[in-house]
Design a binder for this molecule. Sequence first.
Ligand code: TYD
Length: 131
Amino acid sequence: MSQIVTIPHVNDRRGNLGFVELGAPIDFSIKRVYYLYDVPGGAERGAHAHRELQQLIVAVSGSFEVELYDGFTRRSFHLNRAYEGLLVRPGSWRELRNFSSGAVCLVLASMEYDESDYIRDINEFERFVRQ
Ligand code: TYD
């Protein structure tokens, strides 16, 4: 199930350190890392789903919102802590918005980039999850 997970981290007077590895807090191997940065105010990203891709989305700096839609229910998550991540399972329509100035959205992904894994039409997505 898609959910917020706590990223293991060590707090230190010299600065804190978070770490992600297979086992905690993710149960998939990372094949790709990408990140969104310099997102202009008011911009929206996402608006698609994936057939198989799993992701951990982290606000490593600043904040933003992720709305997930499973074809029946919409849930909104506010990400603003570098030690929390949103685990997004396949079959989740996602919309990212309300990026703060300087926000960086880091995404750890289970697969290499593959456009054929995307569903970019919401009607097709609803058919996909309701079949
Ligand atoms: P997209 O996943 O649609 O962005 P978002 O969901 O954040 O709005 O990707 C935008 C463009 O970037 C698209 O043309 C594909 C390209 N892209 C890559 O080439 N490699 C990648 O790993 C990603 C995530 C996107």
